[in-house]
Design a protein around this ligand. Structure first.
Ligand code: ADP
Ligand SMILES: N[C@@H](CCOP(=O)(O)O)C(=O)O
Length: 294
C-alpha cells in the first residue's frame, strides 16, 4: 500500500492561517512489510528519525490513542519526499496527513474526510496546510472549539513559480516574530483585505486576487525581515506581469502566481538576479489531495 500526499502553500498573503493550496510535489509512504520494530527507510537526512520518533509515527500513535486502538504488528516503511523541509511548503503537514491515513489503513478505522481533517487540525494547530493536503486544490478553512469548517474550491487557472531559498525557516521560529495582538482597527482592516482576496479567488479573478494578496496585514509585514527575497521577487513580479507574489506558509519559499505567457520571462529574471540563491520550481495545482493506492 502507498500513501501519497501533496505539498501545500499556505496563506496566499492575507489568508493567514486559513487559506492554502495543494501543489504537485509529493510525500510518499509505502508499507514494505511486517517487522520486529518500526523502521522508516528514507534519504531525507540525519535529522529525520527512522523510528517511532518520526512525525509520521508520532501522528499514527496519537490517532490510535484517540481511537483507543492498539496495533498488533510493527512495520517496515519506505518514505520518499519531493517536498523541501522547513521551507514553507507544508512538509510537516504532509507527514501528519500521511500518519493519519497510515493509522486509518493499518487499524481499519474507517475515518471519514471530516474525521481526518479534525485530527489533522488538532495535531497541526491550524488548517491552512493540512486541509489542502487532504482535499487538494484551494481550501479556505477555519478552526474553533475543536471543529474545522473547510470550503474546497477550484483554484483559478495559473502558473505557480516557487522560489525556495537555500536556508530553512522553521514555522515555529517564523511565528515568533508575529505580534501578540492587533488593534481593533488593524484587525478589521486586515480581515477586510482577506475577505476581498477570498472573493476574488472564488470568482476566478486572479488579476485582482494577485494585487490584494500583496496587501496582507496579518503576517508578511512582520516576517519580511526574515526573508529578504520576498521584496526582491515581488519587485520582479510587478515589473514583469505576475498576478501576485506572497510568502508561502511561514517562509522562506516565495510563491509567484502568473499567466503562462509571462512564465519564461519571470523565470529568466529570477535566474539572472545575483541576490537570489535558491531553487526555482515551476508548479501546478494538485486537484486531488491525499491518495491511497493498494
Ligand atoms: N518526511 C518527514 N518525516 C518526518 N518529519 C518531517 C518530515 N518532513 C518534515 N518533517 C518535520 O517537520 C519540520 C518542518 O516543519 P515546518 O517547520 O512546519 O516547515 P514546513 O512544514 O513548512 O516544511 C522538519 O524540520 C521535521 O521536523
Ligand atoms: N499559517 C501558517 C502556515 C505555516 O506553513 P508552513 O508550510 O510554513 O508550515 C503560518 O504562516 O505560520
Amino acid at each position: 500500500m502507498k500513501i501519497i500526499v501533496p505539498a501545500t502553500s499556505a496563506n496566499l498573503g492575507a489568508g493567514f492561517d486559513s487559506i492554502g493550496i495543494a501543489v504537485n510535489l509529493y510525500l510518499t509512504v509505502e508499507i514494505l512489510g511486517i517487522s520486529n520494530s518500526w523502521y522508516i527507510e528514507h534519504d531525507l537526512g540525519e535529522n529525520i528519525p527512522t523510528d517511532e520518533r518520526n512525525l509520521l509515527l508520532t501522528t499514527l500513535t496519537e490517532v490510535l490513542s484517540v481511537k483507543n486502538v492498539v496495533l498488533s504488528e510493527k512495520y517496515h516503511l519506505k518514505m520518499t519526499s519531493e517536498i523541501p523541509l522547513a521551507r514553507g511548503l507544508g512538509s510537516s503537514s504532509s507527514v501528519i496527513i500521511a500518519g493519519i491515513e497510515l493509522a486509518n489503513q493499518l487499524a481499519q478505522l474507517n475515518l471519514t474526510i471530516d474525521d481526518k481533517l479534525e485530527l489533522a487540525t488538532q495535531i497541526e494547530g491550524h488548517p491552512d496546510n493540512v486541509a489542502p493536503a487532504l482535499l487538494g486544490n484551494l481550501v479556505i478553512a477555519t478552526t474553533s472549539n475543536h471543529h474545522t469548517d473547510a470550503v474546497c474550491a477550484q483554484f483559478p487557472a495559473s502558473k505557480l513559480l516557487a522560489f525556495v531559498p537555500n536556508y530553512e525557516l522553521k514555522t515555529m521560529d517564523s511565528r515568533k516574530v508575529l505580534p501578540e495582538q492587533l488593534t481593533y482597527k488593524e484587525a478589521v482592516s486586515a480581515s477586510s483585505i482577506a475577505n476581498v482576496l477570498t472573493a476574488n479567488l472564488l470568482t476566478g479573478d486572479l488579476l485582482s486576487a494577485g494585487k490584494i494578496m500583496e496587501r496582507d496585514r496579518f503576517h508578511e509585514p512582520y516576517r519580511a525581515n526574515l526573508v529578504p527575497e520576498l521584496a526582491i521577487l515581488r519587485k520582479i513580479g510587478r515589473a514583469h506581469g505576475a498576478y501576485g507574489t506572497y510568502l508561502s506558509g511561514a517562509g522562506p519559499t516565495i510563491m509567484m502566481l502568473c499567466a503562462d505567457e509571462v512564465l519564461s520571462v519571470l523565470t529568466e529574471q529570477i535566474h539572472q538576479d545575483k541576490q537570489l540563491t535558491g531553487q526555482l520550481y515551476s508548479l501546478e495545482i494538485d486537484k486531488i489531495g491525499l491518495k491511497t493506492e493498494h
